[in-house]
Ligand binder design. Structure first.
Ligand code: AMP
Ligand code: MG
Length: 398
């Protein structure tokens, strides 16, 4: 039996390289992973500029008390640049974002001045007010975004503000996916007694896509050696990662580990966790192999714990694990020492704190517990039963 953390470490050690980079348009780069350190080619902002719509003056002209009259000598539209110099006693009407005129270093918001014709009456204001300094956001040559950063809307905006319209990102990892089991049938087709509709392939497919992978869907394979062997070899040729569900426990028809021993190299682990104890990890040819348990909750959980960080690493991400938060248990929870347990939970802000409860029955086949929850309640190895009022760790679902 190995611990969750040892399993994660062993897996990550087997994945030294990330996928090669490719260039994509910024408009197609959301959720992709940056494959280079992106340095700013110029200062951002490139020039001192006004933070407000108002009047630019020299700070020497700002009265310490009372008011002072200035002559308005020009109006700058957005995008216009003032080529002259603001002399003492003068001011220029300026718009937000317009470069500061030479000679001026302070801007009065238009709301605080009085204007009559070309005359402007101003009072005290702090020197240098309402000016955005050149380079105050990013200085030329410094790294604005590090490789391994996931590109959210804000990163995409930052990239385009630097003038780029395309960006170097890691290629999406290709993941070949299949379900195993004589009893498993395709949704949308008739089902006879004893058969169940495939759900794992769809939770896993969506999970793979959610973490940036491309899915090659190889369908359902029956529990038959020859067919399993052929499909696994096909899968290894189709993706850099192969994910299966079912067939890894100790039943008479659990053939995945046997067949993997023939076509590849396999480590079969009992992970000290609940749900989702059996996990196969290994390789077939150049592909990394994950054999997830068949029970729907267990397979999703094993994906989250072991496949997701692996895909993140392959995809070049810097951060591989989700953030945990702390909540107060408002329900007693049973917990066996010596293994890490994951309850499906609901966490919400109530009474000025985060409160966590389980979703109810926690069997590893009860997929509705995943649908009812918004988090996993993570109960560490050394911990025993949880009583009401104890602190627990939670990992929010994406
Ligand atoms: P196994 O590990 O193959 O013995 O499967 C354990 C349990 O998970 C059994 O009840 C299977 O019917 C169920 N199961 C296996 N594969 C799937 C699947 N693709 N979708 C839903 N349930 C499955
Ligand atoms: Mg099975």
């Amino acid at each position: 039996m190995i611990s969750v953390q040892d399993g994660q470490n062993q897996i990550l050690r087997q994945l030294p390289h990330s996928t090669p980079p490719e260039v994509v348009a910024v408009t197609r780069a959301r959720d992709r992973v940056l494959a280079e350190d992106l340095a700013a080619p110029f200062d951002v902002p490139p020039l001192d500029n006004s933070a407000v719509d108002g009047y630019a003056v020299a700070s020497d002209d700002v009265p310490a008390a009372n008011r002072r009259e200035l002559a308005v000598i020009a109006e700058l539209a957005a995008g216009a640049v003032f080529t002259g110099t603001v002399a003492s006693g003068q001011t220029v009407r300026i718009m937000t974002g317009a470069p500061m005129p030479r000679g001026a270093d302070t801007v009065y918001p238009q709301e605080v001045v009085e204007r009559r014709g070309d005359r402007l009456s101003v009072g005290p204001i702090s020197k240098g007010a309402n000016v955005r300094k050149r380079g105050e956001d990013i200085q030329a040559g410094t790294v604005a975004l590090e490789h391994g950063t996931v590109l959210r809307p804000q990163e995409l905006g930052l990239i385009t503000s630097l003038g780029h319209w395309q960006v170097l990102v890691h290629r999406r990892p290709r993941v070949a996916l299949l379900s195993t089991g004589d009893e498993v049938v395709e949704p949308g087709t008739p089902r006879t007694t004893g058969q169940i509709y495939d759900s794992n392939r769809f939770t896993l497919r969506a999970s793979i896509e959610q973490c940036g992978g491309d899915v090659v869907d190889l369908g359902i394979v029956p529990d038959a050696r020859g067919e399993l062997r052929a499909r696994l070899l096909e899968a290894a040729g189709a993706g850099e990662v192969v994910v299966t569900s079912g067939g890894v426990s100790v039943g008479a028809h659990d053939l995945v580990k046997d067949v993997l021993g023939e076509v590849g190299a396999i480590d079969f682990w009992q992970v000290a966790m609940q749900p989702g104890r059996p996990l196969a990890f290994g390789r077939i040819g150049a592909a990394h192999f994950f054999g997830l348990p068949g029970n729907p909750v267990a397979s999703m959980l094993a994906f989250m714990l072991f496949v997701r960080p692996a895909l993140y690493k392959l995809a070049g991400r810097r951060r591989l694990f989700a953030e945990l938060a702390e909540a107060i248990a408002v329900e007693a929870m049973s917990k066996k020492k010596g293994r890490r347990e994951f309850k499906r939970g609901v966490v919400r802000w109530k009474n000025g704190r985060w409160e966590a409860r389980t979703t109810g029955p926690q069997g590893s086949g009860i997929l509705s517990s995943m649908a009812a929850g918004n988090c996993l309640i993570v109960l560490e190895e050394e911990r025993g039963d949880v009583t009401v009022g104890e602190r627990v760790l939670v990992e929010l679902f994406e």
